[in-house]
Ligand binder design. Structure first.
Ligand SMILES: Nc1ncnc2c1ncn2[C@@H]1O[C@H](COP(=O)(O)OP(=O)(O)OP(=O)(O)O)[C@@H](O)[C@H]1O
Ligand SMILES: [Mg+2]
Length: 491
């Protein structure tokens, strides 16, 4: 209820006000009806009392005026206590007039024991009853009650009007019943007012809450609709972007295909004559005189270097074009390592480096691409040999669960952190002086990185200037079949 009064005055509050006024009017109307009914009831009482009074006088005997006194039979009527019983039960008064002067009554003045006598009827009544011979009914309002009265002519034995009989009553006789009715009606109307207006206001509040909720729902709907439209728009944009990306992917694929086709052709075109040069140079070398041998040796060396270079460039390009295909086959890892060690030993010897090799006895067959594993290790070992002089190079192969970890450690020149950050980029060497001093193109580590990634492997490097460098490559001992033969995405 308290919440109701928090609300601003709404139309429903006006309705309640009007309803309240209406009920007050109804109440006032009923008040009036009660009063009229009470007066009517009082009139009926005076009629009944009049009949009783007439019967009483009749029972006394015929009415006569003798010696200026009014008699009924033998009884002189002055001061006669008529219709006392009527007054006791109903509060009625009965009065006998001789002419227009009261001679007998049931009314007793306060402090007296004899019924009151002696007042005169007013002229209006006198004319009506005594002269006109009519019955007169009248009523008068006095403070909080209304008096009603009935006057009848009193006839003597000869039929002449000699006086009047009067009965009167106040509507206050019914005041208790009227008050009870009034309380009952007032209470009922008040309860009705409280219930109906309470319900009306509560319904109003409920309705306005519903309206507010409906408004909120409508609001939310609109927001949702906006969001849906936005989503639809985003979806359309995304679809367009996807189509665009697909188109450019198709173009890129076509480009990369063209590129690798070109590279394959180029490689063939370059390698064929180069192999021929090497072949002929070696042939000449066999038969050459001593004076020519050195030059021919240089030709063979330079040509082989060029061939290796072309292979490296081709490898990088292939991986970058997503065209490098891995073989997956079973091979013996210790055999591969001893073969590799044999081929790098001349490099080690050339710079006076010792080579330590450790192969975990738990390592045996491995499934993967032996050529690429060998290429990774060869590149790392050739670097170690190249950048170390009179030191030690160590190759370790250890088994870690389902993976093999290769480590190539040297005690060579080492690298700074800045150099380390660059060396895996294609054609990048630690610094420009390296090229001058050690030769090379800066592709070796790039190939190591690309191949390791391609085999689901991991590559780590630690290096300290002047102390040495260590590279670690970890890869699965069983290369998953699905990695075989499938071109990989470029870096
Ligand atoms: N073991 C190492 N010790 C010191 N520096 C190294 C070592 N390995 C690589 N580097 C540095 O990293 C650079 C890049 O090596 P990478 O193998 O890619 O190229 P490269 O050996 O110079 O040329 P390429 O291998 O193509 O003949 C090298 O030039 C060198 O500066
Ligand atoms: Mg190298």
């Amino acid at each position: 209820m308290a919440r109701l009064f928090d609300q601003p005055l709404r139309p429903r509050a006006w309705h309640v006000l009007v309803f309240g006024i209406f009920l007050l009017l109804v109440y006032a109307g009923f008040q009036r009806v009660f009063r009229v009914l009470a007066q009517e009831a009082a009139l009926i009482l005076t009629d009944a009392a009049m009949v009783t009074l007439q019967e009483k006088i009749e029972s006394l005997g015929p009415v006569e005026v003798r010696g200026g006194e009014l008699f009924a039979g033998a009884e002189v009527l002055r001061g006669h206590p008529v219709v006392v019983e009527v007054q006791e039960t109903t509060g009625l008064e009965a009065t006998i007039f001789h002419r227009d002067v009261r001679v007998a009554t049931t009314a007793i003045r306060p402090g007296s024991s004899t019924p009151a006598i002696g007042a005169q009827a007013n002229s209006y009544v006198r004319d009506e009853v005594l002269k006109g011979g009519h019955t007169f009914r009248g009523s008068a309002r006095a403070t909080d009650q209304t008096w009603v009265a009935r006057y009848d002519p009193l006839y003597d034995v000869s039929g002449a009007v000699v006086g009047m009989l009067a009965t009167s009553a106040s509507d206050s006789v019914f005041s208790t019943s009227v008050a009870a009715f009034r309380v009952l009606l007032g209470g009922t109307l008040f309860v009705l007012f409280v219930i109906i207006s309470g319900l009306w206001l509560a319904a109003g509040r409920f309705t306005s809450e519903l309206e507010a909720q409906a408004g909120a729902i409508e609001d939310r709907n609109q927001r949702l609709e906006r969001a849906a439209r936005l989503l639809q728009q985003r979806a359309t944009e995304l679809e367009a972007a996807r189509a665009e990306a697909e188109a450019s992917q198709r173009t890129a694929l076509a480009e990369s295909e063209a590129k690798s086709q070109f590279l394959a052709n180029m490689s063939h075109e370059l390698r064929t004559p180069l192999n021929a040069v090497i072949g002929y140079a070696e042939l000449l070398l066999e038969e050459a005189e001593v004076g020519m041998r050195d030059d021919l040796q240089r030709i063979v060396g330079a040509s082989k270097h060029l061939l290796a270079l072309i292979s490296d460039i081709l490898d990088v390009s292939k991986v970058e074009a997503g065209r490098l295909e891995l073989e997956v086959l079973m091979f013996n890892l210790p055999d591969l390592i001893s073969d590799l060690v044999a081929s790098v030993r001349p490099l080690m010897d050339a710079r006076g480096n010792a080579l330590d090799v450790f192969v975990d006895p738990r390592l045996d067959d491995m499934k993967g691409d032996p050529t690429r594993v060998r290429q990774i290790l060869y590149n790392l070992l050739s670097n170690a040999a190249k950048f170390t002089e009179g030191g030690t190079v160590e190759l370790r192969a250890e088994r870690h669960g389902g993976r093999v970890r290769f480590e190539v450690r040297d005690t060579g020149i080492g690298m700074t952190a800045t150099q380390l950050a660059r060396v895996f980029k294609a054609f990048v060497q630690a610094d420009v002086s390296t090229t001058r001093r050690y030769g090379g193109t800066g592709l070796g580590l790039t190939i190591v990185r690309l191949l390791t990634e391609r085999m689901n492997g991991q590559l780590e490097v630690h290096s300290e200037v002047g102390q040495g460098t260590s590279f670690a490559v970890e890869m699965p001992i069983r290369l998953p079949e699905h990695l075989a033969g499938r071109p990989c995405p470029g870096p």
